[in-house]
Design a protein around this ligand. Structure first.
Ligand code: ARG
Length: 455
């Protein structure tokens, strides 16, 4: 394609380092789509003749059919998907194929194809996130009133509900969807027609190609358009943050499934056994989701570093933009599907969660708050009194609500029988009715709101 002034062919290793076809063939559909839009525009603007346009468009469809049935070969001599498709077109329709690349360069072509690919990847991620969000809502609704220990520093802090805990992840997922939506909106400008770097002297119609490919408008600066990969970085950033959220939930599942916690039993479908220890049920999928977040973040860093030293406009380094994006797409799709499956099929041991919440003096804050509210005690002093009550319960090896009233009154005479109304974990969570709090009524309302239902 570019050999006009060369006498010797490239070295074998040159061919190998130069070729992107082994990975960029994943964009063949986008490449065909971009070429069809381009050739129709060339016809509509009178740059090429009607019959050439028809021959080229028919030929492209034949090439696409062939890719569909036989796959795309790794033809290193043809370098990339753009050159392979053009060579296939030439073999199919003859010399008219040579008119397709009029007023176009591989630089604006690849920028366009890659935007189309990333846009599809964003739409796919959004659909998978919607399904994952729905699974979280289902389980959160089911467990709106299931008491579990809430942690800070991984120490039992205050009782919360499992529904509230799952809804925290739903919030993260909602932000992920909004980040992908932002990325999509910024991405949706069409580089086609920027040509190699400076634009073209042919009377092209960039508005029409942009429209035909579903973009909102053409990009405004040809130098930027062929050398910008922000859209890929935006995608990788959104994906990394999403993977981070999945990893945190995966980590909770790993902890919760471990015997000392015993909060969750992963279904057989999402557990693996050990070849030596017959009793094991390992949460491998959760561990791999946690691991994949590291790889996805690595992909983001890889492209950031690739781009950071590049002068305008196109440099071949930019060919390395695709593998990290493809890898991220595959890992994120797997992670989302696995977490959706795990969340949907997990059985939560709510009795165990409740007993751990009760065992951890998790209602100590409720006692302090009661002393403030009912006894008129300043909070700092109430905190101190409560500390002595916890110490007493520790000494007796019982829960706060199991201490007899006279023992409580020995610590502080301002305590009376009404205190038992707030010492249970159920009373504690039911009292947390501030907006965004863990009260079961709040959690049910949050689930309804997230489903778009009326309060
Ligand atoms: N395979 C190349 C890439 O992915 C296409 C663009 C090549 N452009 C060039 N001027 N060599 O970046």
């Amino acid at each position: 394609m570019w050999g006009g002034r060369f006498e010797g062919g490239p070295a074998a290793v040159m061919r190998e380092i130069n070729a992107s076809i082994p990975f960029d063939k994943r964009m063949w559909r986008q490449d065909i789509r971009g070429s069809l839009a381009h050739v129709e525009m060339l016809r509509d603007t009178g740059i090429i003749a009607e019959e050439d346009c028809v021959a080229i468009a028919d030929g492209l469809i034949q090439v696409a059919r062939d890719y569909e049935t036989n796959g795309v070969p790794d033809d290193l001599a043809l370098e990339d998907i753009h050159m392979l498709t053009e060579a296939r077109l030439a073999a199919t329709i003859g010399p008219a194929a040579g008119r397709l690349h009029t007023a176009r360069s591989r630089n604006d072509q690849v920028a366009t194809d890659f935007r189309l690919w990333v846009r599809d990847a964003i739409d796919e991620a959004d659909a998978a996130l919607a399904a994952f969000g729905a699974a979280l809502l289902d389980r959160a609704g089911e467990h709106a009133a299931s008491v579990m220990p809430g942690f800070t520093h991984l120490q039992v802090a205050q009782p919360v509900t499992l529904g509230h805990h799952l809804m925290a992840y739903h919030e993260m997922i909602a932000r992920d969807r909004s980040r992908f939506a932002d990325a999509r909106a910024r991405l949706n400008e069409c580089p086609l027609g920027s040509a190699a770097l400076a634009g073209t002297g042919f009377p092209i119609d960039r508005e029409s190609t942009a429209r035909a490919l579903g973009f909102d408008r053409p990009t405004r600066n040809s130098l930027d358009a062929v050398s910008d990969r922000d859209f890929a970085l935006d995608y990788l950033q959104a994906a990394s943050q999403c993977a981070l959220h999945l990893s945190r939930l995966a980590e909770e599942f790993v902890l919760w499934a471990s015997q000392p916690f015993g909060f969750v039993r992963l279904s057989d479908q999402w557990s693996t056994g050990s070849s030596i220890m017959p009793q094991k049920r390992n949460p491998d999928a959760a561990e791999l989701v946690r691991g994949h977040a590291g790889r996805i973040t690595g992909c983001l860093v890889a492209l950031l570093v690739t781009m950071k030293g590049l002068p305008l406009a196109y440099s071949k380094d930019m060919q390395d933009d695709k593998p990290p994006v493809f890898e991220t797409h595959d890992l994120l799709a797997l992670s989302l599907a696995a977490m959706t499956g795990m969340v949907t099929s997990a059985s939560f041991d709510t009795a165990r969660m409740r007993s751990v919440a009760q065992a951890g003096y998790s209602t100590a804050t409720d006692l302090a708050d009661w002393l403030v509210r009912v006894g008129g005690v300043p909070f700092r002093e109430a905190h101190h009194v409560t500390g002595r009550v916890v110490k007493l319960a520790e000494e007796r090896g019982c829960r706060l609500d199991e201490l007899p009233l006279d023992a409580l009154q020995d610590v502080d005479g301002r305590i009376d029988g009404r205190v038992f109304d707030v010492l249970s974990v159920d009373a504690s969570v039911a009292s947390r009715t501030s907006f965004g709090g863990t009260a079961p009524a709040n959690v049910s309302a949050a689930v309804r709101a997230a489903r778009g239902e009326r309060p």
